[in-house]
Design a protein around this ligand. Structure first.
Ligand code: HEM
Ligand SMILES: *[C@@H]1O[C@H](CO)[C@@H](O)[C@H](O)[C@H]1NC(C)=O
Ligand SMILES: CC(=O)N[C@H]1CO[C@H](CO)[C@@H](O)[C@@H]1O
Length: 343
C-alpha cells in the first residue's frame, strides 16, 4: 500500500502551486490532493459549505452523526487507502467483515451523496464526500476547523479479507498499534491524536466484554479499569446476556458526542472503555502524550485536524485512477468484473 506520498509528486505540487496556484483558485498540496479541489467545479455552488449545512442538520437530529462519520474515515483509510471502498455493497466486501458489523453512518452518506449529486452531478467522489462530511461534523461537535484536502477518486475494489487484516482489534497492544500506524505514514503522536476520535460515540459490549470478565484469559476483570467504570460496564453488559448493548467511549457526562479532550481526561483516570483506550494512558510509549492532551483541550483540538489530513493521504487514487461513483455503495459499472478478481 502507498502509505506516504512520493516526493516527486510533492515537489511538482509545490512548483505548480507557485506557478498556477492563484489562477486555479486552489493550492496543490501533496499526494495529488489539493485544498479546494471542488472550488470551480460546481458552478456557483460551494459544495463544502453545502455538505456542512447538511451534516449540521443531521447532527442536530442525531448526534451519532459525528461518531459515525469520524469512525468511517478510519475504516476507509486503513483498508486499501481513502478510496470509499468501505461503502461498496457485495459479497465479501469490506463492510461484511466482523469489525464492520457495527459501522454506522452508511445511510447518512447515502443521503449526503444523493443531495450532492442533485447539486453537482458526477463530480464529487465518495472518498472526498466522507472527508468533507467528517471535518464538518468535527467542527459542528465543537472541534477545530481544518482545511481538508480533496481530489480523491473512488476505488473499484473492496475485500472482506483486507478489512479483517487491516482494522485492528480493540485488544491490540500499543506497540503493535504504533507499528500499523507507522506503516501508513502516521507517527506515534498522530496515533494518539487520532484515537482522540474516541471522544465521541459508543462501543458495543462485544468490543470490551472480555475486559470485564476474562481479561487476558485470567477469568478476572482488567485490573487497571476504575471500579466505578467496571461496575457501570458490567451492568450494561451482564456476563451471560446475549444482548449487545452500547457504552460511551468518553465517560464525561454530557460530552459523549462533543469534540473535546474529555476522552483523554477519562483515560488518565483509568476510565477507558476499550482495552486500547485504557492501555494508551498506561503504556510508556504513549502516556506522556496522553497526559499532555488531558491537560489541554486547546492542544488536542489543534492537533486532531492535521493528523486527520495526514490519515486522509493514505493510498489515495487521483488523476485517471478509480472513478467518481454516482452512488457510494455501488461501482458505476457493476457488470464489468466481480469484486474479488480485480486488483
Ligand atoms: C488502534 C486503533 C483503533 C482501535 C483498536 C479502535 C477500535 C474501536 C472499537 C472496537 C470501537 C467500538 C466499535 C463498537 O463496538 O461499536 C471503536 C469506535 C470508534 N472509533 Fe475506533 N479504534 C481505533 C482507532 C480509531 C481512529 C483512528 C478513529 C478516528 C480518527 C476512531 C474513531 C472511532 C469512533 C468515532 C468510534 C465510535 C463509533 C460509534 O459511536 O459508532 N477509532 N473503535
Ligand atoms: C469514571 O467513570 C464512571 C462511570 O461513568 C464515573 O462514575 C466516574 O465519575 C468517572 N471518573 C471520573 C474521574 O470522571
Ligand atoms: C453494515 C453492514 O454492511 N453490515 C454487514 C456486516 O456483515 C454481515 C455478515 O457478514 C452483513 O449481514 C451485514 O449487512
Amino acid at each position: 500500500m502507498r502509505a506516504t506520498c512520493p516526493p516527486s509528486k510533492l515537489a511538482l505540487g509545490l512548483i505548480l502551486m507557485t506557478l498556477f496556484g492563484q489562477s486555479f483558485g486552489y493550492w496543490p498540496t501533496s499526494c495529488g490532493l489539493t485544498v479546494g479541489f471542488y472550488n470551480v467545479k460546481c458552478g456557483e455552488q460551494d459544495i463544502e459549505e453545502f455538505i456542512y449545512n447538511l451534516v449540521k442538520k443531521q447532527y442536530e437530529e442525531d448526534p451519532d452523526t459525528v461518531s459515525d462519520l469520524v469512525r468511517l474515515t478510519f475504516h476507509d483509510c486503513f483498508v486499501r487507502g481513502c478510496d470509499a471502498s468501505v461503502f461498496l455493497d457485495g459479497q465479501d466486501t469490506e463492510k461484511t467483515a466482523v469489525p464492520n458489523l457495527t459501522l454506522g453512518g452508511l445511510d447518512t452518506i447515502d443521503e449526503l451523496k444523493e443531495a450532492v449529486e442533485k447539486a453537482c452531478p458526477g463530480v464529487v467522489s465518495c472518498a472526498d464526500l466522507l472527508m468533507i462530511a467528517a471535518r464538518s461534523a468535527v467542527h459542528i461537535a465543537g472541534g477545530d476547523w481544518f482545511d481538508v484536502e480533496t481530489g480523491r477518486r473512488d476505488g473499484l475494489v473492496s475485500l472482506q479479507s483486507e478489512a479483517l487484516a487491516n482494522i485492528p482489534p480493540p485488544t491490540i497492544p500499543v506497540p503493535k498499534a504504533i507499528e500499523i500506524f507507522a506503516e501508513r505514514g502516521l507517527n506515534k503522536n498522530d496515533m494518539v491524536y487520532l484515537l482522540g476520535g474516541h471522544t465521541v460515540g459508543t462501543a458495543h459490549c462485544q468490543s470490551f466484554k472480555e475486559s470485564l470478565y476474562n481479561f487476558d484469559g485470567t477469568n478476572r476483570p482488567d485490573p487497571t479499569i476504575s471500579s466505578a467504570l467496571l461496575r457501570l460496564l458490567q451492568q450494561t453488559c451482564p456476563q451471560n446476556s446475549q444482548v449487545d448493548n452500547e457504552a460511551f467511549l468518553d465517560q464525561t457526562p454530557k460530552s459523549e458526542f462533543t469534540f473535546d479532550n474529555g476522552y483523554f481526561k477519562q483515560i488518565v483516570a483509568h476510565n477507558g472503555t476499550l482495552e486500547i483506550d485504557q492501555q494508551l494512558a498506561i503504556h510508556p510509549e504513549t502516556r506522556g502524550i496522553v497526559r499532555g492532551l488531558a491537560m489541554s483541550r486547546f492542544q488536542f483540538l489543534k492537533k486532531f485536524g492535521p493528523s486527520m489530513i495526514k490519515m486522509g493521504r493514505i493510498g489515495v487514487l487521483t488523476g485517471y485512477e478509480g472513478e467518481i461513483r454516482k452512488s457510494c455503495h455501488a461501482r458505476n459499472n457493476q457488470a464489468t468484473m466481480p469484486y474479488s478478481v480485480m486488483s
